[in-house]
Design a protein around this ligand. Structure first.
Ligand code: KG4
Ligand code: ZN
Length: 346
């Protein structure tokens, strides 16, 4: 333990202010122990017209949002700044310019309040979102459990041994699932981010209307770039025959591509849980907001008599509440960051 770490006395039920700024959402949350008091998210609309996140614009928008978002989180939590026992922040991975805003703000505030800072890994935060205690006190997973982490940047199957120790059982060898979904949406000109749009259009569509092959990747790894390309080529051929093919088949296309990706995801999660003999499965990350994925994970759990954990939708996409809960577990271990710690992109 460094001098910086040892100068703080731990309290049993800390009030933690958490900040998330890894991509295009500026978020701040306050937790008291594991209990969530507030979780404010400012999503950056500026990227929509570009069809994806523009890093330079993201960091500027974080810069504009960070003070009002933190202020609102503190007010909604009903606390004063001097009630804060530690400031947790997303350390990486993410866009460097975006991370810098959150990290610099967190450190400055912590210095001013003379409290420790806690660095949080964004991916661990997604997984630990299952442990946030919110109004509806739902059950939390017991270790070990198998978690499918699916976001715009990552697709991994993790075997969680405790809050901070896990094995990577499988992962994508190219694109992330969220990236493939967003690209499919872009091909159909559905806007950015495409995941929620595909999810909602798919509700009226027929998932068996079109078949897209999934690649044979060994064990528990994934690959999504081939699915994306076969979707693109399929549409290119169809558009030659009928220029308004996308418009007239939008819901069926969304339902079919969503079905392909979700079945690929859950098929490997199920096999991994069987192989490693765990009876608890979970999902986390932005794509875990997907209605079909949520339904299928619960169905698989019921079929095997396993417990299946699906986070509330507000904790699936990027948010500071998940950074706060990860910060809480690190705080209880006295695991603080050095004030000079820089963010990391990858
Ligand atoms: O975790 P997240 O907010 O950011 C990253 O860390 O990447 O995940 C964002 C991803 C995007 O690809 C977005 O399209 C996807 O999550 N997503 C969804 C849904 N909501 C968000 N994908 C499918 N269905 C949804 N309902
Ligand atoms: Zn994320």
């Amino acid at each position: 333990m460094s001098f910086y770490q040892s100068q703080f006395t731990l309290c049993q039920s800390p009030t933690i202010l958490a900040i998330e700024s890894s991509c295009d959402d500026t978020s701040a949350a306050v937790l008291h122990g594991q209990r969530l008091l507030s979780n404010v998210i400012a999503s950056q609309e500026v990227h929509r017209r570009y069809g994806g996140v523009v890093p330079e614009l993201a960091s500027r928008a974080h810069q504009q949002n960070i003070v009002p978002v933190v202020d609102q989180a503190v007010k909604q939590a009903g606390i004063r700044l001097d009630d804060i026992n530690a400031v947790a922040f997303t350390h990486g991975p993410g866009l460097l310019g975006s991370l810098l805003v959150g990290v610099s703000f967190a450190k400055s505030l912590a210095q001013a309040l003379a409290v420790p800072v806690i660095d949080v890994n964004h991916l661990q935060a997604h997984v630990l979102s299952h442990f946030i205690k919110d109004a509806d006190d739902s059950l939390t997973p017991q270790f070990p459990f198998m978690c499918l982490l699916v976001s715009g940047g990552h697709t991994q199957i993790l075997l969680l041994e405790n809050h901070f120790s896990y094995k990577v059982i499988g992962q994508t060898i190219d694109d992330a699932a969220g990236e493939a979904i967003d690209k499919a949406a872009k091909i159909m000109d559905l806007g950015y981010p495409g995941g929620p749009v595909i999810d909602s259009l798919a509700q009226q569509g027929d998932a068996s209307a079109f078949a897209f092959a999934t690649p044979h990747i060994p064990e528990f790894d994934y690959s999504f770039s081939g699915i994306k390309t076969s979707f693109l080529y399929f549409l290119r051929d169809k558009l030659k025959e009928s220029p308004d093919f996308i418009e007239t088949h939008k819901s069926d296309l969304c339902a079919s591509i969503q079905h392909t990706i979700v079945e690929f995801l859950v098929g490997k999660l199920e096999k991994a849980a069987i192989k490693y003999r765990v009876n608890q499965i979970a999902i986390a990350g932005g794509v875990s907001a997907n209605s079909l994925l949520r339904k299928r994970v619960i169905e698989i759990g019921e079929r095997h008599h396993w417990s299946a954990f699906v986070p509330p939708k507000r904790f699936c996409t990027d948010n500071a509440a998940m950074v706060g809960i990860a910060g809480y577990f690190k705080y209880m271990n006295g695991d603080f960051a050095d004030i000079s710690l820089p963010p990391y992109a990858r």
